[in-house]
Design a protein around this ligand. Structure first.
Ligand code: COA
Ligand code: ZN
Length: 313
């Protein structure tokens, strides 16, 4: 059987970062490392393994150095670190992150709440990050949080998002993520904006980051895919959320996304049965149920024995 790999959908697994940053219970460093090492065997080409932000802002991920030091690196996998500023970049590069994910919000209010600075200050800091990173073999990606809506400001002007894409490119950052921080995107909006961004950024440099806060996560993936987007963030079990965005909840669930792709015939290269086994370990690790649905329901092909009584009918 031949595959047209240009139709393949690339999943970047973000549970170790977006997923764990909002968990109220401390996850031991060894458990984080074990989770990432297990995820490294699932077929992902990219894993966001942690963040290097202020430990006061996100205490749950304060052990970034130890995590990056402890994981087993697989040659085919890019291990990504989220950073907000130069200090984060220095820590991440020191910890041998393969890619820095620079994050700011389209919304001034959310940037102030999350990064404690205005958007302009984030961009200035990113200029310093780019200069510093230039001396090191590290990739850069620029994320735009609240692209599709902000829990404080509501609607975000699409031109504002395009200006930020241009600002990243002017800094020399070619790869961009459009993030729907609190699940406010709808498929029509996604279609429209992704088409416009793809006029500036090639599909292999554009990632969509959806949260399933209002149940539209996978609808938005399909809408973006149909107009040419190929790269998507997702979190095992549907973990995730920004602690500085009221009402935030989980990312789109990786195994639900892979199940969708398997069902409609989109190649991902990810081992779904393996992923389901990993996801089913999460309640024991985190002490609560997770929003992911396929881990509970099973795949369509996981059939049940018929009830005994039908033999008597
Ligand atoms: N890593 C570790 N420590 C950092 C840091 C980083 N990347 N950036 C700043 N700090 C430390 C400073 O050294 C300083 O420490 P001190 O109090 O011991 O001197 C302290 O944090 C305050 O520094 P300052 O630059 O004034 O930061 P701030 O308090 O204005 O916060 C951010 C700004 C960006 C560091 C903080 O808001 C942050 O980390 N936000 C990220 C939130 C996040 O991850 N959200 C979810 C993902 S989108
Ligand atoms: Zn997110």
């Amino acid at each position: 059987m031949t595959h047209d790999y240009s139709d393949a959908l690339i999943v970047q697994e973000v549970s170790p970062r977006d997923g764990l940053q909002i968990e109220p219970t401390w996850v031991e460093t060894t458990d984080k490392i074990a989770l990432i090492d297990q995820l490294s065997l699932a077929g992902f080409s990219r894993i966001e393994a942690g963040s290097f932000v202020s430990p006061k802002a996100i205490a749950a991920l304060r052990d970034g150095e130890q995590v990056f030091q402890g994981i087993i690196r697989h040659p085919g996998i890019i291990y990504v670190a989220l950073i907000p500023n130069l200090k984060g970049a220095q820590r991440a590069i020191e910890s041998r992150a393969d890619e820095l994910n620079l994050v700011m919000s389209a919304s001034q209010t959310h940037n102030l709440a999350n990064m404690r600075m205005r958007c302009e200050a984030s961009l200035t800091a990113f200029g310093d990050v780019v200069s510093f990173a230039g001396d090191h073999p590290v990739r850069l990606n620029g994320s735009i949080a609240t692209t599709f809506g902000c829990p404080f400001e509501g609607r975000i002007d699409e031109d504002r998002v395009l200006q930020l894409v241009d600002a990243y490119q002017a800094l020399g950052i070619q790869s961009v993520t459009l993030a729907d921080t609190t699940g406010m995107a709808n498929p029509r909006q996604v279609e429209r904006l992704v088409k416009r961004v793809l006029e500036r950024v090639s599909a292999d440099h554009l990632t969509l980051h959806f949260h399933n806060t209002r149940g539209l996560g996978l609808c938005n993936v399909l809408a973006a895919y149909e107009v040419g987007a190929r790269r998507f963030d997702a979190a095992l079990g549907g973990l995730g959320g920004c602690p500085f965005a009221p009402g935030a909840s989980g990312n789109i669930c990786t195994e639900d996304l892979v199940n969708l792709c398997d069902e409609v015939g989109i190649e991902t290269g990810i081992d779904l049965p393996y992923l389901l086994r990993l996801s089913r370990q999460l309640p024991a690790l985190l002490g609560h149920e997770l929003p992911g649905q396929v881990a509970k329901a099973g795949r369509n092909c996981d059939l049940h024995p018929p009830p005994g009584y039908i033999a008597t009918l």
